[in-house]
Design a protein around this ligand. Structure first.
Ligand code: SF4
Ligand code: SF4
Length: 167
């Protein structure tokens, strides 16, 4: 009996000397794996134009039917993205989303990406709808949309790429 007690205490004392594994969330945040799929972001090109062209392939690929996209027409005077169309409405219902990443895989321009932010919370159903304002990234150089662009410059919705993995 005493032997078992001492064996148990040995484990207790050994654990007391170990580094604690508890993470003091939310003050402290855990590093996630590179392929972790967290909060969605809508990306921009370096010139500030939006990568999303409103094609809705992400919505078609989504198994949870969580994405709603409505497209608008670009003009050179009021341009949001390269090519003819942009997403005038882009919404993801985060109550439905299962963070599978299919939207990311389906996107031809790399516009939607699931990033590493996992602090996702909301207190109402309305808050659970992530819209463009919540997802569209801001660039450090403050370039935004819409922009007035030179006619004939942004005629392609999908940029020329040597390697599609580059963008
Ligand atoms: S991560 Fe999956 S479930 Fe969520 S919006 Fe994208 S495709 Fe739909
Ligand atoms: S995020 Fe990608 S797939 Fe979805 S509408 Fe925009 S360009 Fe198309």
């Amino acid at each position: 009996m005493l032997v078992e007690l001492l064996r148990g205490l040995k484990t207790t004392f050994k654990m007391m000397l170990d580094k604690p594994v508890t993470i003091q969330y939310p003050e402290q945040k855990r590093e996630v794996r590179p392929r972790y799929r967290g909060k969605h972001e809508l990306k921009r090109y370096d010139n500030g134009l939006e990568k999303c062209i409103g094609c809705a392939l992400c919505a078609a690929a989504c198994p949870a039917d969580a994405i709603f996209v409505e497209a608008g027409e670009n003009t050179d005077e009021v341009r949001f993205s390269p090519g003819d169309r942009y997403a005038s409405t882009y919404e993801i219902n985060l109550l439905r989303c299962i963070y599978c990443g299919y939207c990311e895989d389906a996107c031809p321009t790399g516009a939607i990406e699931l990033e590493h932010e996992y602090d996702i919370n909301f207190s109402s159903r309305l808050d659970a709808i992530a819209d463009k304002d919540k997802m569209l990234v801001s660039l450090a150089n403050d370039l935004s949309t819409p922009q007035e662009t030179k006619p004939g410059t942004f005629t392609r919705s999908i940029p020329d790429m040597e390697n599609p993995a580059d963008y």
